[in-house]
Write a protein that binds this ligand. Structure first.
Ligand SMILES: *Cc1c(COP(=O)(O)O)cnc(C)c1O
Length: 417
């Protein structure tokens, strides 16, 4: 008998993964950067493409984490598995500072601490039926779409990358980057304000319209508020729960990633109000809180004690001062990008309540054409709008997450084009 040679296993894969198209955006950017850098080894690239923070962690958070590490080295201060929902002191701090003092009726029990809102906004599909009709904006944060594709909630993608079975709501300069209420029936809608990638923000009246629509039509809103800290105008809502009726129709995702620089540290939370209901197969009402609590208790073992202590420090007086300074720093970058692009004759959107500037590509260049133009002639890297959806074609995202020196230099180069 010949020796058995390595062959592929017969296990079946989740073929839904084979439908994925969008994973191609950041690898394609990396490929183009690599081939440019190999041909131009001396070019000093400035990356305004990635949605990652660049400033160091606040001192208040670092100090709290150091104290927690030393506690962990003692018998009395050691912490093993914590509650899957997060420690009560962090849930209390979140409920009080982020919601109750802002007039939202959210209590600590409704806060589920996690290691990221990227995972939460994907994992939430675990507790939702697969026959729900789903709406997303176009362009959109790719995670919402891809997590639906992976769990078999869509058909295949077409030429422009749109998946069968999803409702796409275009957002563009013509509609002020405010999606229209869907004309076809949907059960679930993803909203993100301040928006990644367009930098658009929603007014109270606009959110009230979404909430009214959701309640009238029994739609669940998945509201991503990862960028709420960047809102500059005190009249704009930070949370969907500032809107009358939102407790009956919305789940909110929040994160310490962008306000406190926790992208590498990992801490976030999801708000599931008590009394928010879905339907079971037999038509009876089911509390979503119960299902999410069950899901987290089974599949998640909580965020590290040390990291939760760091997150708690965000709400101290020192922590608040430091995160305000971080946000101001990035928003100053965004203001510089807006000002410099505008005087270069480029149409800009966003960047006023979000760390992203969404620009209209000049001279009707397509998004990838503008990417190559900037890369080759200004040695600046951004993100092609078409990578976020078909309706992002002709737009381009620049991020304010970088040093002042790099932002100034990138703008000088763009103006010199
Ligand atoms: C960065 C970001 C988040 C935060 O994700 P984490 O997993 O908490 O780091 C959530 N939503 C959007 C749209 C983002 O851009």
């Amino acid at each position: 008998m010949p020796a058995k040679t390595a062959s592929s296993s017969v296990v079946q894969v989740n073929s839904n993964y084979l439908k994925l198209k969008a994973g191609y955006l950041f690898p394609e950017i990396a490929r183009r950067i690599k081939s440019f850098s190999e041909a131009n080894p001396d070019a000093a690239l400035i990356r305004l493409g990635i949605g990652d923070v660049t400033e160091p962690l606040p001192l208040a958070c670092r100090n709290a984490m150091k104290v927690a590490i030393d506690e962990m080295g003692t018998n009395t201060g050691f912490h093993g598995y914590g509650p899957e929902q997060g420690y009560d002191w962090l849930r209390e701090a979140i409920a009080k500072h982020d919601f109750q003092t802002k007039g939202c009726q959210i209590n600590a029990e409704e806060i589920f601490v996690s290691d990221g809102s990227k995972c939460d906004s994907s994992n939430i599909l675990d507790i939702l039926g697969s026959s729900n009709r789903i709406a997303v904006t176009d362009p959109v944060y790719p995670v919402y779409v891809d997590s639906n594709v992976m769990t078999g909630r869509t058909g295949d993608a077409n030429q422009s990358g749109r998946y069968a079975g999803l409702s796409y709501l275009p957002i563009n300069a013509e509609n002020g980057f405010a999606a229209k209420i869907p004309s076809e029936p949907v059960d679930l809608i993803y909203l993100c304000f301040p928006n990644n990638p367009t930098g658009a923000v929603a007014t109270r009246a606009q959110l009230q319209e979404w909430v009214n629509y959701a309640r009238t039509n029994s739609v669940l809103i998945l509201f991503d508020a990862a960028y709420e800290a960047f809102i500059q105008n005190p009249d704009l809502p930070h949370s969907i729960y500032e809107i009358e009726g939102a407790r009956e129709c919305a789940i909110e995702f929040r994160s310490f990633s962008k306000n406190a620089g926790f992208t590498g540290t990992r801490c976030a939370f999801t708000v599931v109000p008590k009394g928010l209901k879905g339907k079971s197969d037999d038509g009876s009402d089911v509390e979503l809180w119960n299902l999410w609590n069950r899901r987290q208790s089974t599949k998640f073992n909580g965020v590290s004690y040390i990291i939760q202590r760091g997150a708690e420090a965000v709400y101290s007086a020192q922590g608040q001062g430091e995160i305000n300074a971080l946000v101001s720093f990035y928003m100053r970058n965004a203001a510089i990008i807006r000002r410099e692009l505008t005087s270069a004759g480029i149409e800009v959107h966003g960047g006023e309540h979000a760390p992203y500037v969404w620009l209209k590509t000049p001279d009707d260049m397509d998004s990838w054409g503008f990417f190559d133009h900037l890369l080759h002639n200004a040695h600046v890297v951004g993100t092609p709008g078409s990578g976020f959806g078909a309706a992002g074609e002709g737009y381009f995202r620049l991020s304010a997450f970088n040093s002042r020196v790099n932002v100034d230099e990138a703008m000088r180069r763009i103006r010199a084009l």
